[in-house]
Design a protein around this ligand. Structure first.
Ligand SMILES: [Fe+2]
Length: 168
């Protein structure tokens, strides 16, 4: 008896139609591509920062890219849950990302500013995913987005607080 109930529950929750998941998957892929470019930028800043703020930038970028790696994996696997394929090519990442590549020749302060702007862009893509998922009753994707957005907002606050001291 109990088994039947569980089966019905799973079937109902994973019973998305292809057209419903198409817009969720498109939005997820845009987030994935944006996150991949952002991830590489964080690593670039982690490796190339110099100066008296070295440790601040070096440490927080590592924290962010390690978390980013796990979240990129979650996003790609969510796409697979829907039976679709995540983008895998570097060219697709660059084409679809709303975060732009960067050069390594920047001050620590400018790196932090750039990361703040990129967090805003990445969060924007996640709100888009959230909106499509909400429209289609996709609770699993909403749950995934909520946590990612909340954590990015915390990073945004920390980096904004860090940069504000530069103008005191
Ligand atoms: Fe490192």
């Amino acid at each position: 008896m109990e088994k039947t109930i569980i089966k019905e529950y799973v079937s109902k929750r994973l019973g998305f139609q292809k057209m419903e998941t198409a817009e969720i998957v498109n939005a997820l892929n845009k987030t994935l591509c944006t996150y991949q470019v952002f991830f590489h930028k964080l690593q670039s800043f982690h490796w190339n920062v110099v100066g008296s703020d070295f440790l601040d930038v070096h440490d927080i970028t590592q924290d962010m890219y390690e978390k980013g790696l796990r979240e990129i994996d979650d996003i790609a696997e969510r796409i697979r849950v829907f039976g679709q394929n995540p983008e895998v090519s570097i060219s697709a990442y660059l084409r679809n990302s709303i975060v732009e590549e960067t050069s390594h020749e920047k001050s620590a302060e400018y790196m932090m500013y750039e990361i703040i702007g990129d967090i805003e862009k990445l969060t924007e893509t996640m709100f888009e995913v959230h909106e499509k998922a909400s429209k289609n009753g996709d609770v699993g994707t909403i749950y995934m987005c909520n946590k990612m957005i909340k954590d990015l907002e915390t990073y945004h606050w920390k980096l904004s607080a860090w940069t504000s001291r530069k103008f005191e």
